[in-house]
Design a protein around this ligand. Structure first.
Ligand SMILES: Cc1ncc(COP(=O)(O)O)c(C=O)c1O
Length: 387
C-alpha cells in the first residue's frame, strides 16, 4: 500500500517511543523508574472530577459550539484578565481537545508550504511535527540548556521566507524560562519583520522562586500573537484532553473551521470540568507546585553529585536537562543503555532539536522515593561507564 506523501513528513514522537519501550519492559515484569513521562503523577483534583460527574449526570453529554462552551471561554477570559491580558471570549478564544490540537490548528491556519518558522530550541517534539504537517520548515535558534535567547542569533535567521517565531516558555525539555527582556526582544523582532509569534505557555503556572514569566501577548500586538495553553499540566488533567488558544478573530475563526471539520468540539462535560478548574479553589495547584519545587531541588542536587553530570537549576515546568556530553556518547545511546542496564527511563535530548544533543531530559513528575532510587541507579550507571 502506498500511503499519502504527507505521512512521511511526520517524524514519530521520540518521547512517546521511549515511554513505550519503558512500558513494554514493565509489562514483562521489570521495575522501571519512569523519568520519561511528561505528565503529573498527581491525581486530578477532586472538585474538578466532581464537576464532570455532575455534568454527565445532568445529561450534559451532547455537542457544544465548535470553539467551545461560552461559559468556559468566559472563565478563560477572566483568568487572562487576572494576569493583565484582554481577550474577547466570543471571538478571540478557542477551546480545543488538548493544547496539542491548538498548536496543530494554529500551524495549519497560518503556515504555507515552504514558510520558515524560527523555533527557539530545544523544544517539545510536537512543535516540530506540527510545522512539518503544515509543510513548513523549522529553523532552530539554539537557546541552550538555560533556554536563554541570543537576540542577534534570532535576527540573523530571519529570511524572506520567515513567517513565525515559535517559543515555549517555561520550556520543555530544559525547564528554562525566557527573561522579560528576551520576550520583549521577540515581540520587537516579530514586529520589525512582520512575523507571527506562537507562544506555548502550558507550563506557565509551574514556576518556582517567585518567578512571574511574562507572555508576549501582554506586551505585543494581538494581530500577530497566538498563545496556546491548557489544563493538562497545572491541573493534572492530561487524559481529559482540554486546551485553548487565544489570538485575533481572523486566526481563531480559521482554527475553529479546522476544529469543526476534524473533531467538531472538545468533550462537553470535560469543558464543565475546565470551568471548575479555573473558577474553583487553586489550593491543589499551589500544593503540586510546592511539591515539584521540592523534587526539583532534590533531583538537581543529586544529579550534580554524579561525575560527568552538569545540571543547571530549572526555573519552571517539571524537567531537568543535565549535560551528559562528557560521557562521549549520543544521548539516544545513553538513554537506551540507562533504561536497559539500570531500569531508569529518561528521554534523549537529541529529539528536542539539534541543540538538545549532549543532554537528557529527566522528568521529576514522580514521587521523591522513585527519584531517590533513580538517582542512585544513574550514579551506578555513570560509575560503570567511567570504569
Ligand atoms: C510544551 C508542551 N505543550 C503542550 C503539551 C501538551 O498539552 P496537552 O496535553 O494539553 O495536549 C505538552 C505536553 O507534554 C508540552 O510539553
Amino acid at each position: 500500500m502506498r500511503l499519502a506523501r504527507r505521512t512521511g513528513l511526520i517524524k514519530p514522537s521520540g518521547t512517546i517511543a521511549m515511554a513505550e519501550k519503558a512500558r513494554e519492559m514493565e509489562r514483562r515484569g521489570r521495575r522501571i523508574c519512569r523519568l520519561d513521562v511528561g505528565e503529573p503523577d498527581f491525581d486530578t483534583p477532586e472538585h474538578i472530577k466532581e464537576a464532570a460527574i455532575k455534568a454527565i449526570k445532568e445529561g450534559f453529554t451532547h455537542y457544544t459550539p465548535s470553539r467551545g462552551l461560552p461559559e468556559l471561554r468566559e472563565a478563560i477570559a477572566e483568568d487572562l484578565e487576572r494576569r493583565g491580558i484582554q481577550a474577547d471570549p466570543k471571538s478571540e478564544i478557542i477551546v480545543t481537545p488538548g493544547a496539542k490540537h491548538a498548536i496543530y490548528c494554529a500551524c495549519l491556519s497560518t503556515l504555507d508550504p515552504g514558510d520558515e518558522v524560527l523555533v527557539l530550541s530545544p523544544t517539545w517534539t510536537t512543535h516540530f511535527q506540527c510545522i512539518e504537517i503544515a509543510e513548513a520548515r523549522a529553523v532552530e535558534v539554539p537557546c541552550g540548556e538555560e533556554y536563554s535567547l541570543d537576540e542577534e542569533e534570532l535576527k540573523a535567521r530571519v529570511t524572506g521566507k520567515t513567517k513565525m517565531i515559535l517559543m515555549g516558555s517555561p520550556n520543555n525539555p530544559t525547564g528554562g524560562v525566557l527573561s522579560d527582556g528576551a520576550v520583549r526582544a521577540i515581540v520587537e523582532i516579530a514586529e520589525d519583520n512582520d512575523l507571527l509569534i506562537l507562544s506555548d505557555e502550558i507550563y506557565d503556572r509551574l514556576v518556582y522562586d517567585g518567578l512571574k514569566p511574562i507572555s508576549p501577548s501582554s506586551i505585543g500586538d494581538r494581530e500577530r500573537i497566538i498563545v496556546v495553553n491548557g489544563f493538562s499540566k497545572a491541573y493534572a488533567m492530561t487524559g481529559w484532553r482540554l486546551g485553548y488558544a487565544y489570538a485575533c478573530r481572523e486566526i481563531i475563526d480559521s482554527m475553529t473551521r479546522i476544529q469543526q471539520s476534524t473533531t467538531t468540539c472538545p468533550v462537553s462535560f470535560v469543558q464543565k470540568a475546565g470551568v471548575e478548574a479555573l473558577r474553583g479553589p487553586q489550593a491543589d495547584v499551589e500544593r503540586m507546585v510546592r511539591e515539584y519545587d521540592r523534587r526539583r531541588r532534590f533531583i538537581v542536587e543529586g544529579l550534580n553529585e554524579i561525575e560527568g553530570f552538569r545540571c543547571t537549576m530549572p526555573r519552571g515546568a517539571f524537567y531537568a536537562f543535565p549535560d551528559i556530553s562528557g560521557f562521549g556518547m549520543p544521548s539516544s545511546d545513553f538513554c537506551l543503555r540507562l533504561l536497559e542496564e539500570k531500569g531508569v527511563s529518561t528521554t534523549p535530548g537529541s529529539i528536542f532539536g539539534e541543540s538538545g544533543e549532549g543532554h537528557i531530559r529527566v522528568s521529576y513528575a514522580n514521587n521523591i522515593q522513585v527519584l531517590r532510587e533513580a538517582v542512585e541507579k544513574i550514579r551506578e550507571f555513570a560509575d560503570d561507564l567511567w570504569r
